[in-house]
Design a protein around this ligand. Structure first.
Ligand SMILES: NC(=O)c1ccc[n+]([C@@H]2O[C@H](COP(=O)([O-])OP(=O)(O)OC[C@H]3O[C@@H](n4cnc5c(N)ncnc54)[C@H](OP(=O)(O)O)[C@@H]3O)[C@@H](O)[C@H]2O)c1
Length: 358
């Protein structure tokens, strides 16, 4: 199968054929936008469900002017043999489709939550019995900075959720160093509306969301067990988290504020230095100096996690704030970062470290 699009003149040492199942969706569109700039990825399949038959540029007008803007989206069942398949599908649908792709030899990067948790967690947190439980055991959690070695050889990568990404990047080094207590973690999350995907609901209309800040799915959001599971995987320490997400009137952006009991002599300087040491040399983690505040606007359209840590000495509370663009580091960007690790490309290939501002 020939590539739908390549940049002329860009030299790549090795190439991989990739497909996006769910290319008509929000994260699927972002994957396509970023993959268009990838010199080693041949985008050979754009799959959709109801949008199959429509052109990419019709579904995503910002991509219309590109050479593949006129390409028709294909039915999901028509996926050819691929080196790497990105699944940008609703929860449950990924788990249903992944095994066939994996059995055909493709490496799969799932952007849904279908392979992030042990199979027994799915009925309670996702509302379905897992149809491919043996694959959940083989999946590698795709938080690149923490699981790079395992991602390298993985056939199936469970790309992290948008909220868990800044929470786990921010807390894992502090837990490991004994600078926060694992017992009772409180996480407050804010997300813009693109976090809900393209399907319009009453909660995501302009009239409902403008000038509104609204919590949702308290206390049953599916990212709660993911935060606990990913922190346990990366540190070996069991934590308990209470997580409350809020919908805010923005398009992109996730901000998480974590509260934990400070421990082990933690001060603001100690926490900041621990994070800076843990992520020294990481191109996509920015640990902010004392006094600077994490900001969703500043990371917009970039693959960066901004982190800021403070100790409230009066109450003995460690406060760790993280910001990501939910569609980039919180979804498509991190998925491409994982592709780069898996396929041996420079990890920063096709990924912006600079946001757009204001
Ligand atoms: N949005 C975010 O910020 C974000 C961040 C991290 C992870 N995720 C996860 O990424 C996945 C995709 O999210 P999204 O925001 O891109 O969703 P979305 O905008 O609603 O797009 C969903 C995609 O899946 C296809 N699809 C919808 N229902 C389907 C079904 N029943 N069977 C098969 N295909 C179906 C759609 O195709 P048609 O439109 O052609 O029907 C569309 O391409 C979700 O699991 C989500 O939780 C999202």
């Amino acid at each position: 199968m020939h590539a739908l699009h390549k940049y002329a003149g860009m030299a790549a040492t090795s190439r991989v054929s990739v497909g996006v199942l769910g290319a008509s969706g929000t994260t699927g569109g972002e994957l396509v936008r970023l993959l268009l700039d990838h010199p080693g990825a041949d985008l050979v399949f754009l799959g959709a469900r109801e949008s199959a038959g429509r052109s990419l540029g019709d579904v995503h007008p910002h991509l219309a002017a590109w050479p593949l803007g006129g390409v028709e989206l294909s039915p999901l069942d028509d996926a050819p043999s691929l080196d790497v398949a990105f699944l940008s599908l609703p929860h449950g649908e990924s788990a249903r489709r992944a095994p066939e792709l994996l059995d055909s030899g493709a490496r799969v990067i799932d952007l849904a939550g279908d392979f992030r948790l042990p199979p027994q967690a799915y009925p309670h947190w996702y509302g379905f019995d897992h149809p491919a439980s043996s694959w959940t055991e083989k999946a590698v959690y795709g938080l690149t900075e923490l699981f790079r070695e395992q991602i390298l050889g993985a056939q199936l990568v469970a790309n992290p959720g948008c909220f868990p990404t800044p929470v786990v990047v921010g807390l894992a080094p502090l837990l490991r160093e004994g600078l926060i207590e694992p017992g009772r973690l409180v996480v407050d999350g804010k997300t813009g509306l693109s976090g809900a995907g393209r399907t319009l609901t009453e909660a995501t209309t302009y009239t409902s969301s403008e000038e509104s800040v609204r919590p949702y799915r308290v206390p049953l959001h599916q990212h709660t067990p993911e935060i606990e599971h990913a922190l346990a995987l990366s540190t070996g320490i069991e934590v308990r988290a209470s997580f409350v997400p809020h919908l805010v009137p923005a398009v992109r952006g996730v901000l998480t504020t974590c509260y934990a009991e400070a421990a082990g002599g933690a001060t603001t300087d100690v926490l900041t230095n621990a994070l800076a040491d843990a992520y020294a040399g990481e191109p996509f983690v920015r640990v902010l100096p004392l006094g600077a505040m994490a900001d969703t606007k500043r990371v917009r359209a970039s693959n960066v996690v901004e982190l800021q840590a403070t100790v409230d000495e009066r109450t003995g509370t460690a406060i760790v704030i993280g910001a990501v663009d939910n569609l980039v580091k919180g979804a498509a960007g991190q998925a491409i970062q994982n592709l780069n690790v898996m396929a041996g490309f420079d990890e920063t290939t096709a990924l912006p470290a600079m946001g757009v501002y204001p």
